[in-house]
Ligand binder design. Structure first.
Ligand SMILES: Cc1ncc(COP(=O)(O)O)c(C=O)c1O
Length: 365
């Protein structure tokens, strides 16, 4: 297999920078489980302050942040209302089912639903029906295209949820991308939510971790789940130090990732047989459809890999490219050139190559 020089599979693919590694090496360490790791404590305090919450806790992954939060919010038969594209439905191995929670998926636009849709989905209290319990928002929406929930929509949805006594959870895997894209501070975006987390291992460029925030009482309950799920750590300061470094040094620079994503999107949108909904390119992701080219998305992925570029097919028709701190402005130009080269060199109309039916499900990581 060819060497991958430009890895746009996901923003999880970046490697820790030299500065981050130094911070990790220098971290003051203790024991997280007995609350004596000073660096982890500092990260929790920093993120709690950033998100305007009373407390926050480091978790090994964003998935564990979602699972633990849902475990605290929901009981058997409770219903979670979220967009149908959301990570908690499609990419967490059915974890919701561990707590007997049900899902009410909404048909949002590019991963973003509105207050009226929410209002309609909330069930009246009847003993025959599941209890509407939790409203979830994914900022930014991954499968929606890295799209940003506007603050007004977040607030309007939260108002409906609160009117009906529902809890609110934000999957903020890429909340900091939304902050950079809009200039709206994280605390404003997180304000209506009972629980919210940010991922350290995506645009922030850390090797591992997510930080989940909420009230003191909520985080107290989360600690039980962290322990239960095997997420309680020891010298976790090495991870926390990377997180603190990233929050200081890697937030503003995400504007470069967004600019690079736009350049890549505009370049591939101009290629024959490629469609890109440029309106959805708001942060660091680009979904593009190759079905009109006569080349399937997996074939495009293979052709790109042979040219040292990794961009992943999420269905027979569509691929997703993601920019991050290891993808430069020259890289996105080269990647777009590689897409052009594959189009020029591959036999587009080979039988069975192009799949034009809508994808039943897409894989997003
Ligand atoms: C929107 C969203 N939520 C949650 C996760 C899970 O995060 P992690 O990979 O840290 O478990 C991801 C990962 O891609 C994601 O995109």
């Amino acid at each position: 297999m060819a060497d991958i020089r430009i890895n746009m599979h996901s923003d999880t693919q970046s490697r820790p920078t030299p500065g981050m590694k130094e911070a990790m090496m220098a971290a003051e360490l203790g024991d997280e489980q007995s609350m004596t790791d000073p660096t982890t404590i500092r990260l929790g305090e920093t993120v709690a302050e950033l998100l305007g919450k009373e407390a926050a806790v480091l978790m090994p992954s964003g998935t564990m942040c979602n699972i633990a939060a849902i475990a605290v919010h929901c009981r058997t038969g409770d219903e979670i209302i979220c967009d149908r594209t959301s990570h908690i439905i499609n990419a967490e191995s059915g974890a919701l089912a561990m707590f007997g929670a049900m899902v009410r998926p909404l048909d949002g636009r590019n991963g973003i639903y509105g207050p009226d849709q929410l209002e309609e989905a909330i069930r009246p209290s009847r003993r025959h029906a599941p209890r509407s319990r939790l409203v979830e928002v994914e900022q930014t929406s991954n499968a929606g295209g890295g799209t940003v929930w506007p603050l007004e929509t977040v607030r309007a949805v939260a108002e409906v949820a609160k009117k009906h006594g529902l809890a609110l959870h934000m999957d903020g895997a890429r909340l900091m991308n939304a902050v950079v894209a809009t200039g709206v501070p994280a605390g404003h975006q997180a304000a209506p939510f009972d629980s919210v987390w940010i991922d350290l291992s995506k645009g922030l460029g850390c090797p591992i971790g997510g930080v989940l925030a909420g009230s003191t009482e909520f985080i107290h309950e989360i600690w039980r789940w962290k322990q239960r799920l095997g997420g309680a750590m020891r010298q976790s300061g090495v991870i926390a130090a990377a997180g603190l470094y990233a929050l200081e040094n890697h937030v503003d620079r995400m504007a470069e990732d967004h600019a690079n994503a736009r350049v890549f999107a505009e370049r591939v949108a101009n290629l024959p047989g490629i469609s890109v909904d440029l309106d959805t390119v708001q942060t660091n992701m680009i979904f593009f459809d190759v079905s009109r080219s006569g080349i399937s998305a997996p074939a495009m992925q293979m052709g790109l890999e042979e040219r040292g570029v990794r961009i992943t097919a999420v269905s027979q028709r569509r691929l997703r490219a993601v920019t991050h701190l290891d993808v430069s402005s020259a890289d996105v130009e080269e990647a777009a050139d590689a897409v052009r080269a594959v189009l020029e060199e591959m036999p587009g109309d080979a039988p069975g190559h192009a799949e034009t039916r809508p994808a039943r499900s897409e894989q997003v990581l």
